[in-house]
Ligand binder design. Structure first.
Ligand SMILES: C[S@@+](CC[C@H](N)C(=O)[O-])C[C@H]1O[C@@H](n2cnc3c(N)ncnc32)[C@H](O)[C@@H]1O
Length: 237
């Protein structure tokens, strides 16, 4: 299992929580720089896909500093953003005013407190790669989604075309950890980002994992030369 701090014995879940709490105040800034500001567009695609089915109740899982959830701020929908790193949620909470229909809540995505069949859409941006038990997390998301409703996952991928692949590895293995050290003051966190992204299943392989977790009608959108994918999957009726 790939963890942020290999020398430590703590569980992946605890290490991930500590890591995100540690980088929380610099997370948005470094995201913007590292993705060359493309992260905004990726989240907008997640938003557009979510709104296609006119949902009433949306859950943004592993919401972090809340940027996917905040896309729904001007819509007539109820949005709950959940994360298990409280300091990420502190940043998210600073971005909302009381009038907004968005609520942030401390929850472990692998064991949530919501009832079965609660939400019309579930979104997860760069979250599933960090779950300790991916299958358990996916099962839990399926449990809280209503039958026939959509899960949308935005996640890192590795480009398949060799020139893009070469550029990708150059960037993620050299530049990203340096940026992590300089801006986030946590080189290990950004080394973890590049190693976990390299090894995390993507494309058809991740599609199969979603199928095995009981989702159907799975579609993949390849974005930005294949450095990120968006998966949509339906919970069967
Ligand atoms: C890379 S950040 C993504 C944040 C946000 N979704 C975005 O698009 O920027 C990953 C987030 O997943 C959260 N996370 C990881 N494992 C989790 C779990 N088991 N339960 C809840 N949140 C989790 C981390 O705390 C972190 O905030």
């Amino acid at each position: 299992m790939i963890k942020p701090y290999n020398s430590k014995q703590d569980s992946k879940k605890l290490q991930i929580k500590d890591m995100f709490n540690d980088i929380s105040s610099r997370y948005d800034q470094i995201n913007k720089i590292m993705t060359l500001n493309m992260d905004k567009n990726w989240r907008k695609v997640v938003y557009d896909l979510s709104m296609q089915d006119s949902p009433n109740k949306i859950i943004d899982i592993a919401t972090g500093t809340g940027d996917i959830a905040l896309y729904f701020a001007n819509d007539n929908v109820e949005v709950i953003g959940v994360d298990n790193a409280s300091m990420m949620l502190d940043i998210a909470n600073k971005k909302i005013t009381e009038e907004l229909n968005i609520q942030f809540q401390l929850e472990d995505a692998e064991n949530m407190s919501f009832e079965d069949n609660t939400f019309d859409v579930a979104t997860v941006g760069f979250g599933v790669r960090n779950f300790e038990d991916l299958n358990k997390g996916l099962r839990e998301i399926k449990r809280v989604l209503k039958p026939g409703k959509k899960l949308i996952i935005l996640e890192t991928a590795v480009p398949s075309f060799f020139i893009f692949r070469f550029g990708y590895f150059l960037y993620t293995k050299l530049i990203v950890p340096i940026l992590g050290k300089m801006i986030a003051k946590n080189q290990q966190a950004y080394q973890y980002l590049s190693t976990s992204a390299e090894h995390f299943p993507h494309g058809k392989e991740f599609q199969m994992i979603l199928e095995k977790s009981g989702f159907e009608n799975i579609k993949i959108k390849y974005l930005s030369l294949g450095v990120v994918n968006i998966y949509t999957a339906i919970k069967p009726e």
